[in-house]
Structure formats: C-alpha cells, structure tokens
Write a protein that binds this ligand. Sequence first.
Ligand SMILES: C[S@@+](CC[C@H](N)C(=O)[O-])C[C@H]1O[C@@H](n2cnc3c(N)ncnc32)[C@H](O)[C@@H]1O
Length: 243
Amino acid sequence: MSTTHFGFESVDESDKAQRVRGVFDSVASRYDLMNDLMSMGLHRAWKAYTVMVANVGEGSKVLDIAGGTGDLALAFARKVGASGEVVHTDINEAMLRTGRDRLLDAGVVLPTLVCDAEKLPFPDNHFDVVTVAFGLRNMTHKDKALAEMARVLKPGGRLLVLEFSKVAAPLAKAYDWYSFNVLPRIGQWVAKDGASYKYLAESIRVHPDQATLKAMMKTAGFGHVDVHNLSAGVVALHVGIKC
Ligand SMILES: C[S@@+](CC[C@H](N)C(=O)[O-])C[C@H]1O[C@@H](n2cnc3c(N)ncnc32)[C@H](O)[C@@H]1O
C-alpha cells in the first residue's frame, strides 16, 4: 500500500481523505473567523487578487473547487452575471453547507455540489476558468486532481491555484515560530481544535514549493504557467493555461 503525508505524519493513502474530512468537519463553523484571525485579514486580499487576475467577464463559466465557505464563488457570481455560471463545489458537506448558507444570505443562488476534485463530475472542455483556493494541499493525489482540472477546462481556459507556498528565506524563522506556536493556540482558543491548526502548519511545509507545483501543472496539461508570489511567498497564485 502507498503512503502519503497528513501534515508531518505518514499515513496510508486510503486514510488521508478521511483524516482531512475530520479536520474540516471540525472547523467548518469557525472557519471564516479563524481565517481572518490567522491571516490578520490577509486572506481577503489574496482572494481579491485571485479574482482580479481571473478577470472573468459576463457569461463566463467558472468552477470553484474545494470552495468551502464560498468566498471565491461569491465574488465570481457577481462578475459573471445572469448569463454566466459559477459552480461551487467541495468534498466536505459541512464546509459546503456553511458556504451555501452564506451565499443565500448574500442573495446569491448557485449550483452547490459535493464532489471530489480527483473525480470531477463535469464534461470535458466545459469551463472558462477553474479555481482552487487553499484546497490542493489537502488532496491525496494532486496530480490526478490537476489532470481533472485540465480536462474540464476549455482549450485556452485558465486554472488558478491559490495556495500556501514557500516563504522567502529571511522570513522563514519568524514564520515557523508563528505557525507552530501561535496558530495551534488560536485554533484551540477559537475553534476548540488546536490539532487541526497544527495540521494546517505541517501541511504547508510538505506542500510542493512554487517551482515544483509549476512543473506539476505543466505535466497535467497546462502549457503555460505563471507564478505570482504574494506576501513574500507565504502564498502563491499559480495561473495555468490549458494548451
Ligand atoms: C482550507 S479550505 C479552503 C476553502 C476555500 N476555498 C477558501 O479558500 O476559503 C480547504 C477545502 O478543501 C476541501 N477539500 C479537501 N480535499 C478535497 C478534494 N479531494 N476535493 C475537493 N475538495 C477538497 C476541504 O473540504 C476544504 O473545504
């Protein structure tokens, strides 16, 4: 049997999805508050930048994968207008329900679908833009998921992967201190779950760095990939064009 990472732990591949599910079942109701606290609001700027780079217009078809509580889906829904389509998806029902409720409260009704990024239930060549924010890191077979994202995009369509990445060397020590000492404590205090936020810090360290993810996207069928480092590489936005 093959093994994979769950944070710093090595686990059987067949167990990872269940462990990840446990994390997001546990934090779903406090997820948005935790995002604001942990990133000191920066996640809003990273997502706004992603939406700006995506540059979707009226009538575009957009798929948000691992969409969770719906930040990107909501922003895209406002851009594509009545003639467009935004599909909000996630493997986790608790995250998706929280997101759907938020969208409804904002007066936005979207197709909301529980699905695994590794087996997308959409036809080939369907979407203009696919996005995945802070989700790829949690997937067991990232290569499969990236290939699925390429499959459902139209030729010339774009994939935007917003994800934690490798921080610039001068900041590494301070960032490690914050990640391993402060984050789990905030998680324990606010979400009553320090372990899930320890997983978050660890999962970032074992996620492919900027150059490795770029190479993986090229292998998956993205002929051109640009990398935008945000906040000194704490986060990177990879933009791939299917060609
Ligand atoms: C950190 S949250 C990100 C939520 C949202 N995109 C955001 O940026 O706030 C990661 C999400 O990835 C989802 N996820 C993990 N593995 C997945 C998979 N194989 N397919 C689809 N979603 C997955 C989780 O359920 C979780 O909601």
